[in-house]
Every structure is written in C-alpha cells, then in structure tokens.
Write a protein that binds this ligand. Sequence first.
Ligand SMILES: Nc1nc2c(ncn2[C@@H]2O[C@H](COP(=O)(O)OP(=O)(O)O)[C@@H](O)[C@H]2O)c(=O)[nH]1
Ligand SMILES: [Mg+2]
Length: 403
Amino acid sequence: MSFRREKFVPQGGPDGGDGGKGGDGILRGSEGEHLLRAFQFKRMFEAEDGGKGLGKKKSGRGAKDLVVNVPVGTLVWKVRDDGSKELLGDLVDDGCRMVVARGGRGGRGNTHFTFSENRVPLLAEGGEFGEEVELELEVKLLADIGIVGLPSVGKSSLLRACSRARPDVAAYPFTTLEPVLGLVERKRRVFVAVEIPGLIEGAHGGAGLGDEFLRHMGRTRGIIHLLDGSSADVVKDYRQVREEMRLYDEALLEKPEVVVINKIDLPEVRERLSTLRETLQKNGLRGLFISALTGEEVEDVLDRASDIVDEQRSKMKVPSETMPALHPRSREGKPSVRREGEVFVLSSPHAERLVRRVDLGDERVQAQLWREFQRTGVVRALERAGAKSGMMVRIGNYELEWK
Ligand SMILES: Nc1nc2c(ncn2[C@@H]2O[C@H](COP(=O)(O)OP(=O)(O)O)[C@@H](O)[C@H]2O)c(=O)[nH]1
Ligand SMILES: [Mg+2]
C-alpha cells in the first residue's frame, strides 16, 4: 500500500505496486546426477518469495525458481494427504524439467482498489500462497555400460570388482538371470554398469528375459565385451556373442565397445598373452587384459568405459524442455460459505488475501472491505448462508463480527 508524495499535495493518489511472483519448485533430470545427492541431508525445499510491491507503482521482482537436480530416469510420485500415491511422470531426458510446485502470484497493490467514491484505497492483497507438495522420488538406474560375454567369463566378478553391486558369482553358467546394476565411480565421474545376463543364460530363463535384456541394452552408451582368456577360441566366443546381439537388434552392434580378456591371473592364460594378442589383432580386435578376480588392470577398463560414457553423453544432449505444470491452478472461484456451529466460514482466496494484508482495526478499512465484499459476492454468499448481525465470520485466520 502506498500513496504518491508530492510537494503541496497532502495525500497523492494510490501508487502501491503489485507483489512479485513466488519462485516455482522444479525438478530437473540431470545426467551428472546418479544418486539423490541433493536429498541426503535436506528433505524440504522452498523457493523464495517474490519481492514486495513498491511505491511509484513499481512491481516487486519475481523470485528465481528453485531447481533441484535429480538423476535422469527418476520417477516422481505425488503423495496425497491420505498417503496414496500418484505417478506424476518420469524425468527421462537430460535437462528436462518438471514444475512440481508453483509459486504464488503476487498480491495486487492498492492502485487496484480505487473506486470513484474512494480516492484513498486502503486495501491491498497479500500474495497468493505457493503450492506445497510432498513427493516421493524413485531412482531407476539406467545403465550406461553393458557388460556382455558368454557364461562364466567373469561378468559378475567384474561388476563386483568395480562397484558395490553384489551379483552372484558362480563357477557354472546360468547364474545371473536378472540384469544386475552397479554404480561405478571413477575419480569424480560416475556411471552405471549392468551385467547383461548372458544371452545363452537368458535362453534358459524364459521369454521375458529377452525384453529385459533389450530394455537395458538399448539404452547403454557402450559395451564391455568380456572374454575368458582360458577359452580355447576367444575369437569364436566373441563372434558368437556378437551374433546373438545382432539377432536381438542390429543397432546394438553400432555401440562403442571395449574388448576385454579376463582371467590373466591364471598361469595358463599368462603364458599365452602374446599369442592371444596376436590372434585378436589378426581378426581386427584390440583387447585389454585384466583379472576381475585380483583386480589387476581393471582400472584401465573403467577409464576406457568412462571415456565412452562421457563422449556419448555429450553427443546425445537433448534440448532442455519444460514439462507442463502438474495440476491446473485453482481458480479464484466464487466465494463459498459453510457453517461450523455458530461461526460462518468463508472460503474465498481473494477475501483471505485481503484480510491478511490490511489493518482490520481501522474503520475506514472496514468500510472499504465491506464495499469490496459487496462487489465480489462475499456479502451475498454470507447472507444466503444465513449470516446475521452479531454472528462471527471466519476468513482465513481471522474472525470478524458480522454487523
Ligand atoms: N581365475 C579367475 N577366475 C575368475 C576371474 N573372473 C571370474 N572368475 C571365475 O569364473 C567363474 C564365473 O565367474 P562369474 O563372474 O560368475 O561369470 P559370469 O557368468 O560371466 O557372470 C567364477 O568361478 C569366478 O570366480 C578371474 O579374473 N580369474
Ligand atoms: Mg554372472
């Protein structure tokens, strides 16, 4: 609320500007995020208030939106008051944004409450309250790197060696029947690796596995193709797996891959390292040699895989996109009245915002409020509900006597 100040004019016209809009609460999918890090120590996030309206009809500044980064692939659930949940959507792309709680609009300054017979408007609105929402976030790890290879080449062992994932390791095939995901941390970079249940293993697991396989593989940015150094023919093994991949989806063959020969800790493998290298070379392959069991040279593989992930991430940048807000803004709506014993409870956002902001003890304000209530249908609603002189009317947190 503000009035112009001019020399020789005791009280100028009203010039109170509107309040600024409160910031929106936004979730943003981010490739760089792999855990809900932002939520480790903090569970409650609040965008800033909009700035106050000023004199000279200056509007308050709109507050900056609050943007919280979550991993790409996060599912967002809204928790209702009764505890039930509603899926609002998932943040599938890097940079996509979801407005989960809208900031309130600023209140209108007293310039809006001038009427012909009222040159000194003492009414102004409080700002609209921002939306408040309780969410549950479910992180679905999306694999960056798929580890493929025949049964028992050491896929589970490698995933164990480089992440905290604990897949079954066994000396016989057909163990890992579900894709196991592990978070791999390299220096300051993080990526997700998935053990793809061997295609042959999968063939024993029923039809559903093929879909699982594709779901994870389709999205990976690269492949670690693991070979067993103690195998009689690593090139044949390699081709067999590539052929299986081709049968699932030819596009899988286009993904960048690292060829890795495992089990170099075994003496018989160590002895024929140079032969193995030659054989691979002759077939146009270059491999890295590791032992998933002892961890020897595993770092090299992870560095290489990490590079692939970074390269592919920068290639696959999708334009930032804002999802539509989640629920339609409640409209101001007509005032409604309900009775609670002797008290009439008025529900009208506009009226609530007015009483929050003005000096109810001032008789001039009361008169103007009355006028405004008449104009906006509040009086009629109360009368229709049976309000009579002397009864109490509750508006927001205030109770007024109806005269
Ligand atoms: N000596 C040796 N054995 C290994 C190595 N990696 C895996 N193994 C063994 O090979 C067998 C199969 O390993 P696993 O990780 O389950 O293979 P997967 O079927 O490809 O997941 C297990 O007995 C492992 O202990 C390795 O680097 N050296
Ligand atoms: Mg396994």
